[in-house]
Design a protein around this ligand. Structure first.
Ligand code: B12
Ligand code: SF4
Length: 506
């Protein structure tokens, strides 16, 4: 069968996994890519520019020309409306079956299956059930025993097959990166994940939902990691195929296993020898991990701090690390000499301006902080913080509907709805955080103690200013990741102007 996965904004790794399994079984798989510049749900969000640079219509036209049997939608909350729209537009001119999967349908299955754009829906892991579904569609056989599958029968009845056991990480398929060759310059930036699950289950994160759901369904172990051989083999292969120069290991956290990390870092340093970027957690850095990472060539650590108010962290975010542990982690990274970015969430219930001032002052101590990344609290469906916010009346039923329909602003722009005044105050801090990596500590203290920073409150275009500061600071601090994205953006804008945007893979 011919299957097309429409993808928006950034590379979607799930699709690369599913593609390799489907191709191995003899199906034709393509990716239709909508760059969605300036509304990519990943880097920038500037509405009026996104309209100018939209390529969605061109992508839809291309899908129709390809006449797929199946449109396969990999859906997270922020692309849910985009996905519904793509199916509607394609089906106006080409009738095809749709199969939906991914984080949003798994977390909000009732919402998704109620849509007429959804024919079949796979909750949880998709590799085996998708293959079984395609087989059943081809042979016109029963779907009753396909675990993880939900579908609508002719009489409108919804069949909800039970979930299946989670995959053993040894059986994770190889990634099929060929579907992205036309769109992503893999040579400069190779994105990968080597595990599923996490060492934590923070209240605002989808891992919170997955942990509860997988436990309730008793379908297996939450944190699963590929073995070191599999990971090194993947990197070696991609190095020789694409000549990759930089690897971003985007696992929720690098690993939950000290032995794995030791073995991996040793072999990476000997066999791969490329700069790499990882996701860290303060609790991983209580011993000598930072030094080991440095020795292995780690170039950048993205670490979640989220808030320096320990009560908010514990009771609202369900994060158990103490302020001392956070400082110890940052000290060790700074001392090892690895550049790092610190993630913070703004808009948290219970967090005060004073807490933000404390965070600014603490982060200003670190020489190797090259980015303080601000994420706006976005209530995701089916996670603990969202339930808590509903119970406490921070959000009402109407907002819950927006959440489940993917209609909130994402956490790069302004997150879940909040009062305009509060948003303006938080944007003021957003600017300060963004400036931190280029201001000496003494000046930061002066700015914060005298209150001069309040002038940012009166800036007419705070968002534009934030973006400009971001670009400037990324260049001054030589932030490889941010610079790569900007370079890619310029190229895409140029291609758009020249009418040379590609929207369908080979
Ligand atoms: C790597 C990663 C990224 C990478 C790659 C994106 C990607 N989707 O691959 C990058 C950095 C680009 C990214 C960006 C974003 N991400 Co992200 N990302 C992840 C991360 C850490 C791993 C995802 C992954 O690839 N896992 C490996 C794959 C193989 O497993 P999987 O995702 O579970 O996929 C399986 C099933 O879901 C299913 N499946 C998936 N799609 C489909 C489709 C069909 C048809 C079928 C049948 C099955 C199926 O089968 C897959 C294989 O088993 C997850 C957290 C997590 N662990 O899930 C967050 C996560 C998916 N990201 C999230 C978010 C919010 C984003 C952003 C919107 C945020 C942002 N602004 O940065 C952007 C979106 C950008 C974009 N335009 O796509 C959220 C989504 C929450 C939600 N409810 O939607 C997550 C869950 C993290 C969180 N906060 O909780 N992300
Ligand atoms: S540590 Fe990060 S990925 Fe893990 S549960 Fe917390 S927020 Fe999610």
């Amino acid at each position: 069968m011919k299957i097309i996965f429409p993808v928006v904004g950034a590379e979607n790794i799930s699709v690369a996994y599913l593609s390799s399994v489907l191709k191995k079984a003899g199906h034709t798989v393509k990716v239709a890519f909508d760059r969605s510049l300036f509304n990519d749900m990943q880097y920038f969000s500037v509405k009026f520019l996104s309209r100018i640079f939209s390529e969605k219509k061109r992508m839809v036209k291309q899908i129709i020309l390809e006449k797929p049997d199946i449109l396969a939608m990999s859906v997270f909350t922020d692309n849910y409306q985009w996905a519904l729209d793509v199916v509607r537009e394609v089906r106006k001119q080409h009738k095809c079956i749709t199969v939906w999967g991914g984080m949003h349908p798994t977390a909000c299955p009732e919402e998704a299956i109620a849509q007429e754009e959804v024919d079949y829906m796979i909750i949880g892991e998709g590799e085996a059930p998708f293959l079984e579904l395609v087989d059943a569609l081809e042979k016109n056989t029963s779907m009753k025993n396909i675990q993880n599958l939900w579908y609508r029968e002719n009489d409108g009845n919804i069949v909800k097959n039970p979930p299946r056991t989670l995959m053993d990480p040894k059986d994770f398929p190889p990634v099929d990166k060929t579907v992205y060759e036309k769109f992503i310059p893999m040579k400069e930036y190779y994105l990968t994940v080597t595990s599923k699950g996490c060492i934590a289950k923070c209240s605002y994160c989808l891992q919170n939902f997955l942990w509860n759901w997988e436990k309730e369904q008793q379908i297996g172990k939450f944190l699963r990691e590929k073995n070191v051989d599999m990971v090194i083999d993947e990197f070696r292969e991609m190095k020789s195929r694409y000549g990759i120069k930089y690897i971003d290991i985007k696992n929720n956290v690098l690993s939950g296993n000290k032995q794995w990390m030791d073995e991996f870092l040793k072999r990476y340093a000997e066999e791969i020898k490329l700069p790499f970027r990882i996701m860290g957690h303060p609790l991983l850095f209580q011993e000598d991990l930072a030094e080991k990472l440095k020795k292995a060539g780690c170039h950048h650590i993205q670490i979640g701090i989220e808030s320096m108010n320990s009560d908010v962290r514990k009771n609202v975010l369900f994060r158990n690390e103490s302020n001392e542990q956070i400082k110890k982690a940052l000290d060790s990274i700074d001392k090892a000499g690895i550049n790092f970015s610190a993630d913070l969430i703004v808009g948290l219930p219970g967090e005060t301006e004073n807490d933000l001032i404390v965070s600014v002052k603490i982060l200003s101590e670190y020489k190797h902080l090259i980015r303080a990344s601000i994420f706006w609290l976005q209530y995701l469906p089916s996670v603990a913080i969202t339930r808590m916010a509903i119970e406490k009346g921070y959000i009402d039923g109407k907002n819950e509907e927006l959440i489940n329909k993917g209609l909130q602003n994402n956490y790069l722009s302004t997150g879940s709805p909040m009062e305009a005044d509060r948003m303006r105050i938080l944007k003021t801090y957003h600017i300060i955080f963004r400036l931190l990596p280029i201001i000496p500590q003494k000046i930061v203290n002066l700015i914060m103690n005298t209150g001069i920073y309040h002038i940012f409150h009166y800036l007419p275009f705070q968002t534009a200013f934030i973006i400009a500061v971001d670009v400037f600071v990324s260049y001054i601090r030589n932030d490889y990741y941010a610079k790569w994205i900007m370079k890619w953006y310029f190229k895409q804008i140029w291609k758009h102007i020249m009418g040379k945007i590609e929207t369908i893979s080979e």
